[in-house]
Ligand binder design. Structure first.
Ligand SMILES: *Cc1c(COP(=O)(O)O)cnc(C)c1O
Length: 432
């Protein structure tokens, strides 16, 4: 029944994560609280790194898409696991540098990087900047010249692939705010511009076709489209692109309806396609990068809440109110994301009550899940929402001046804080 291997039920009938009773965690640390299992995160990192070793002879790199869940400890773990980081803002770069992450293994993405952010990245020796538009290319060139450096860049390409996912998280097609379109000739035009631009070195190409994708085919197709573009670039300009970043988007399990595919199942056919096109055209297999975010951290955390009032509206629905909501998990209000929820202290009981889980904010849409089955809960019970490791804390807000929750990691039977709970003082710290 579980969406993740790190979860189980103990002899008391309580939900455990990494072998630790979640109700004990709730008692000691308070709620809401987000709890990660560190060993599971590391296992995911190793599976991806191992697949680069296996399918590309180690000629590649795994970048953790830091936006999924960014904090000092995640940066340290990824560094420890010999990965790079995909960063999308000055703040994420700052976090990585503060954690002692090597700047040359940072890859700076984003569709509207400010001049200040670009300058900050180049001054600090960020490894690659993934260029989104011609103005940005001009800014990078200008800043690099001023600093007396050459910026290593990638170009973000829209390969025009429909990855059969939710509209809001589909990013490979023409009507998309990210990158250069292939079909219109925009991509080739800007590649040529980049080649002739001073103080930049066009190292590679990047694409990212979407998120929460369960099909293998779109990934293979994206690799094919990108490799063919590399061949076109070679034919038109003589330049052989040596690095190819194929993005992230590997699907994970939120509910029993999700059927994730093992990493190997993507990596193998994608690598075969890349090698096939390289060999046919007599170019070296590029250095391959992949950028898993959700699939590193998503299924490896649960959020624990305390149940407040339970409101039964006869013949309509039952609202179960919790002490958090859209402030720590805005994914339902944003795009009706599905989740599995259960009562942590009644985890062994049947889930026979249909409820709508409501947050505490002054917003009717502040829900975590509608019409979902959980155990018969009462005030004071601990409600666990599973698979909250990605795009939850990183999207958290202080709406209604609700402090952000504490974030914990468990490892080998021990619990530790990785992000402290915000205090009311934190809430007013920037107020003048
Ligand atoms: C968000 C993002 C990722 C990670 O996506 P997941 O679905 O979390 O794996 C990777 N690369 C880029 C450029 C992204 O924007």
């Amino acid at each position: 029944m579980f969406v993740s291997d790190c979860l189980d039920i103990n002899n008391d009938g309580h939900l455990t994560i990494g072998g630790i009773d979640t109700t004990e965690i709730a008692k000691e640390y308070g709620t809401p609280v987000i709890v990660y299992d560190e060993n599971s995160i590391r296992n995911n990192c190793r599976a991806f790194v191992g697949s680069i070793d296996k399918y590309y002879n180690g000629n590649g790199r795994v970048l953790y898409a830091n936006k999924a869940f960014s904090c000092l400890e995640m940066c340290r773990i990824c560094n420890d696991e010999k990965m790079g980081l995909d960063v999308v803002s000055g703040g994420e770069i700052y976090t990585a540098l503060k954690a002692g992450f090597p700047a040359e293994k940072l890859y700076f993405h984003g569709n509207n990087k400010s001049y200040t952010e670009l300058e900050y990245a180049l001054r600090n020796g960020v490894g690659r900047i993934v260029v989104d538009n011609p103005e940005e290319l001009g800014n990078i060139s200008e800043i690099a010249k001023k600093l007396g450096v050459t910026a290593n860049i990638y170009m973000r390409i829209k390969p025009g692939i429909d990855a059969h996912t939710h509209d809001f998280i589909k990013t490979g097609q023409i009507d998309c705010k990210f990158g250069f379109a292939l079909e219109t000739g925009e991509a080739m035009e800007n590649v040529k511009l980049a080649i002739s631009t001073e103080n930049v070195n066009l190292k590679g190409l990047h694409c990212h076709i979407g998120s929460q994708i369960f099909d293998v085919d779109p990934f293979v197709l994206a690799a094919e489209v990108m490799m063919n573009f590399i061949i076109d670039i070679k034919n038109e300009t003589g330049v052989v692109i040596s690095e190819l970043d194929l993005g992230g988007g590997f699907g994970i399990m939120y509910t029993e309806n999700d059927k994730p595919v093992a990493f190997e199942k993507y990596m193998k056919p994608v690598s075969e396609k890349v090698k096939e096109i390289a060999t046919q055209n007599g170019i070296p297999v590029p250095f391959i990068l992949i950028e898993p975010g959700r699939s590193i951290a998503g299924a490896e955390a649960v959020t624990l809440y305390t149940v407040g009032n339970v409101k039964k509206i006869p013949d309509i629905r039952t609202y179960v109110a919790i002490d958090g909501g859209m402030t720590d998990n805005p994914r339902y209000i944003l795009y009706q994301a599905e989740y599995t929820a259960l009562c942590a202290n009644k985890a062994d009981k049947p889930r026979d009550l249909e409820v709508t889980i409501a947050g505490k904010c002054c917003e009717s849409g502040d829900l975590i899940q509608e019409n979902t089955m959980i155990q018969a809960v009462e005030k004071g019970d601990i409600l666990a929402v599973l698979t909250t490791g990605a795009y939850n804390y990183s999207m958290a807000s202080n709406y209604n001046r609700v402090p952000r929750p504490e974030v914990l990691m468990v490892k080998d039977g021990k619990v530790r804080t990785v992000i402290r709970r915000e205090t009311y003082e934190d809430i007013v710290k920037n107020d003048v």
